[in-house]
Design a protein around this ligand. Sequence first.
Ligand code: GTP
Ligand code: MG
Length: 173
Amino acid sequence: MTEIRLPEMGLVVLVGVSGSGKSHFARRHFTPTQVVSSDRCRAMVSDDENDQSATGDAFELLHHIVRTRLRRGLLTVVDATNVQTGPRQQLLRIARECDVMSAAIVLDVPEAVATARNAARPDRDLPDHVVPRQRRELRRGLRSLQSREFKRSYVLNGVEEIDAATVVYEKAW
Ligand code: GTP
Ligand code: MG
């Protein structure tokens, strides 16, 4: 069983392809206001969680909320795919600006699991190439994510490991 050790205050970045279970995981382990979701931000600026044309504005809003919360000393969890290095770097820059710790939690599920889950979702209509592309992006950046980007990172492999993981908070981190 993986015990995810987090700072009492800092940035937590969830990482995983669409359908890997990030939003589900966030709901299980964190309070609603601790979680800042790119889909919610997209909905707030466009009335449509799937409106890709709103992505730029949605992430501007997400970064603003993350920066404000971290400045105010609040644990902040980012629920977005974060499979690409660029978006992770933007979040890490904000954490550095605010002088707080950062951790990543990677949810790595088999492609078939993510695809089957997405197919069953009324709120998602993803083209077939999206999940495989996200998996390639995740693979490509995984080593640097673990060795360089975050102070600590946890990679949960497969549905059972994700299910069994627990979160604990540490003062000295
Ligand atoms: P995006 O927001 O598209 O990036 O996906 P996501 O990673 O947030 O996935 P989400 O948490 O929305 O999960 C996708 C679907 O899989 C939802 O219908 C969930 O209910 C289901 N799901 C997620 N995690 C689990 C899990 O651990 N067990 C089971 N049985 N279903 C899960
Ligand atoms: Mg989600």
